[in-house]
Design a protein around this ligand. Structure first.
Ligand SMILES: Nc1ncnc2c1ncn2[C@@H]1O[C@H](COP(=O)(O)OP(=O)(O)OP(=O)(O)O)[C@@H](O)[C@H]1O
Length: 499
């Protein structure tokens, strides 16, 4: 039997939202399948039903020729289906090693006592066997980077020796070196006859890794085609149902910013993360930061915005000579920071789209006597939703009920609508679909022209090369090189310094 899984007529409803409409979908043994679709098209919902996270509302699933109806993720795991979800799926209150076997500790328990040594040993074996980036297994998960937590989730998915491994936007959370590791792992699993399903908004990556691609639109399967029959423009066309302009990044080939320095970082140190970092950011400049995992690029964002309270050295806004000692001073002086971890560090996830959109702009929206007019707030949020094409049931919908990419549109859009001096962006397009990505790059180019200075931290080299005026390459917490747009501004040149 060639098919390992058959999905027939699957439907999933969330209130009035039809997330999956009559889905027919089959997976072959040893196949690498990509799922493409705009934000909110129903990709994660489909895979989460296969992985037992959501219960299906209608339809059937047949696994290895037998009826399959998982009631929870453990059920799916026992049926050899593993998933790494898009949002972070680790339990912060438990140490890393315990998280690897979350919900499945019985195997280490005797007379009600869990043999921790055995559990940690087995967790360590998984990291070794699959060549995953090592993380301290007794460490507190709440303190870990997104990348480390993704490794943990990957180890957990692999701990069940899955026949079907589902990876929902995993590469977007990884730096270059760990992406390479994952590609090698996928190739190895395929050779062992495993089936892998991947969601990624990087269509070139999808074409590179996958055998076949299924395109979803508005909760329905549009088509499944071999990668050899597709290119990125065709996938985009199938995703949105019309031809999409392929212009993406800024079109000018040389750096273009004013000489005026707006922000100066001098001898910035953060224990164990950043080592003697100095740089200048100019008016209207997009200054990019790139590096492998543990290079310190993400800590640049927190250090510049005053969020690293153990930071030494100085960060100064030159206009008014304002020392950024903490995030309050930064916020009051026209700075904003969009962190990589949107759910954990940025959004009020249990609150409405409305409140999340208006929060950064409450001062500007205040009327006389500090009055916030509900009608004005509503108009503001409604405009943001339309401008950034947020797929939702209205501005009162809770953030936690949006798809990942739509959350990111709110997270980023609310800052891009503001009048700022310096904007620090850490992986701004993580999880965002191609058409919205293009829109975000367009908005970045527009606000740059108006004089906004941006720090762009990213794990995506094409994004950095496409948008930055200057690029700083980091390694082991130190600056290792600097590149200027138009002069040896290539992926190869960057990688040579990064590794
Ligand atoms: N728990 C939930 N409650 C309510 N609505 C939900 C929930 N999960 C998903 N949805 C809705 O179902 C639809 C499909 O969402 P889904 O997450 O499957 O999309 P997606 O294609 O994976 O998007 P993305 O690329 O942004 O991750 C969206 O309209 C989303 O808002």
């Amino acid at each position: 039997m060639n098919h390992i899984l058959e999905v027939k007529g699957l439907c999933k409803y969330f209130g009035s939202t039809i997330a999956n409409k009559n889905i027919d979908f089959t997976l072959k043994r040893g196949e690498i399948r990509g799922l493409a679709g705009e934000n909110g098209s129903g990709k994660s919902t489909l895979l989460q039903q296969i992985a037992g996270i959501y219960l299906k509302d209608e339809g059937r699933m047949i696994l290895n020729g037998k009826e399959y109806d998982p009631q929870n993720p453990l059920d799916a795991k026992n049926n050899k289906i593993g998933i790494v979800v898009q949002e972070l799926g680790v339990l912060n209150t438990l140490p890393a090693g315990v998280n690897v076997f979350a919900g499945n500790w019985k195997q280490f328990s005797r007379f009600g006592i869990i043999n921790m040594k055995k559990m940690y040993q087995k967790a360590n074996d998984i990291f070794e066997t699959y060549g995953l980036m090592k993380i301290p297994l007794n460490a507190d998960c709440a303190e870990m980077s997104i990348e480390s937590r993704k490794m943990l989730e990957l180890a957990r998915a692999l701990s069940g020796n899955p026949d079907i491994l589902i990876l929902d936007e995993v590469t977007q959370s990884l730096s270059q070196n760990n992406r390479e590791m994952l590609y090698q792992l996928i190739a190895r699993l395929q050779k062992e006859g495993k089936t892998i399903v991947i969601i990624t908004h990087d269509l070139e990556e999808m074409l590179e890794i996958c055998d076949n691609i299924t395109v979803l639109r508005d909760g329905e399967v549009i088509t499944t085609k071999a990668c050899s029959e597709l290119d990125t423009d065709e996938i985009k066309r199938l995703m949105v149902g019309r031809q999409v302009n392929s212009a993406y990044y800024r079109e000018d080939a040389v750096a273009d910013y004013k000489e005026e320095v707006v922000l100066q970082a001098e001898h910035v140190n953060v224990p164990y993360t950043l080592n003697d970092i100095s740089f200048e950011l100019h008016r209207g400049e997009i200054l990019g930061f790139c590096g492998l995992s543990d290079s310190g690029i993400h800590e640049i964002g927190t250090a510049v915005f005053g969020l690293s309270h153990d930071r030494t050295g100085s960060v100064t806004l030159t206009e008014g000579n304002i020392l950024i000692k903490n995030e309050l001073i930064a916020g009051k002086n026209g700075m904003a920071y969009v962190p990589k971890d949107r759910d954990g560090s940025a959004l009020m996830i249990k609150d409405s789209i409305l409140n999340n959109f208006v929060l950064p702009s409450t001062t500007e929206l205040q009327g006389k006597c500090m009055y916030l007019s509900p009608a004005k707030l509503k108009r503001f949020a409604q405009n943001g939703v339309e401008e950034f094409n947020v797929k939702c049931n209205g501005i009162y919908q809770k953030m936690q009920d949006l798809s990942g990419g739509n959350k990111q549109k709110v997270n980023l859009g609310r800052w891009l609508l503001k009048d700022l001096n310096v904007l620090v962006l850490d992986c701004p397009t993580r999880g965002v679909d191609v058409s919205v990505k293009a829109y975000i790059y367009h908005v970045m180019s527009e606000v740059k022209k108006k004089g906004l200075s941006m720090i762009l931290i990213s794990d995506e080299l094409p994004e950095l090369l496409g948008m930055a005026d200057r690029l700083i390459v980091m390694k082991d917490g130190c600056i290792k090189g600097e590149f200027i747009r138009g002069n040896n501004f290539t992926q190869e040149a960057l990688i040579e310094v990064m590794v």
